[in-house]
Design a binder for this molecule. Structure first.
Ligand code: TMP
Length: 209
């Protein structure tokens, strides 16, 4: 497909584990619905029955970093074909918890794989479609780690990584936002939740509505 009848907007949320994006995703969904618009809220890896199975594998099974990357893109292809593209074609909005920027940050920055290969996969899987706006929740890994520990639940493979992994993920995200400052808006996630909420809402309204 070379073009898509895209009326709705595609918004993605990114950040290191523990950055606290979940509550703000719900707020943005409510904000968009309050404008009388239809919005599909989804996530990666996941968002389809097959994608959710792949999510279980990549979050919990030990595997080669390239296998991990390919599974992320396999889940993404399925997600685009079955959820994201149909929603945008209907004119709905799509809010997605993570997308390809996460592969650049985690598999590129965190795992140290060659990012040029991801550009090829991105070209293959979604050359025709990129987020209109990405909100990057940024905060120091030490603080994110404390937040995760306070949740007191079992951590997945990525959350269990050492702090230097999360530093590399954060740096890769910031590098990508510096390369695409218009699309990727950095939100300082080390602030009071009400201040973050206001900034997120203002950003969405400014860029998308
Ligand atoms: P979540 O917990 O925010 O839903 O994300 C699941 C984990 O998957 C998170 O630690 C980041 C990781 N991930 C990647 O490593 N690469 C990717 O392409 C995506 C979408 C997620």
């Amino acid at each position: 497909m070379n073009s898509i009848n895209k009326i709705g907007k595609f918004i993605t949320f990114e950040g290191i584990d523990g950055a606290g994006k979940s509550t703000h995703i719900s707020n943005v969904v409510n904000l968009i619905q309050a404008q009388g618009l239809t919005v599909v809220s989804t996530r990666e890896p996941g968002g389809t029955p097959l994608g959710e199975k792949l999510r279980e594998l990549v979050l919990h099974e030990t595997m080669h970093p390239e296998t991990e990357t390919l599974l992320m893109f396999a889940a993404r292809r399925e997600h685009l074909a079955n959820v994201i593209e149909p929603a945008l074609a209907r004119g709905d909005w799509v809010v997605c918890d993570r997308f390809s920027d996460a592969t650049f940050a985690y598999q590129g920055g965190g795992r140290g794989l060659d990012k040029a290969k991801f550009a090829e996969l991105e070209q293959w899987v979604h050359a025709h479609l990129h987020p209109d706006l990405t909100l990057l929740f940024d905060l120091p890994p030490a603080i994110a780690g404390e937040r995760l520990a306070a949740q007191g639940r079992l951590l997945d493979r990525f959350e269990q990584e050492r702090v230097d992994f999360h530093h590399r993920v954060r740096d890769a995200y910031l590098e990508r936002s510096a390369a695409e400052p218009q699309r990727i808006q950095v939100i300082n996630a080390n602030q009071r939740p009400d201040i973050i909420k206001k900034q997120v809402e203002e950003t969405v309204l400014r860029y998308c509505l």
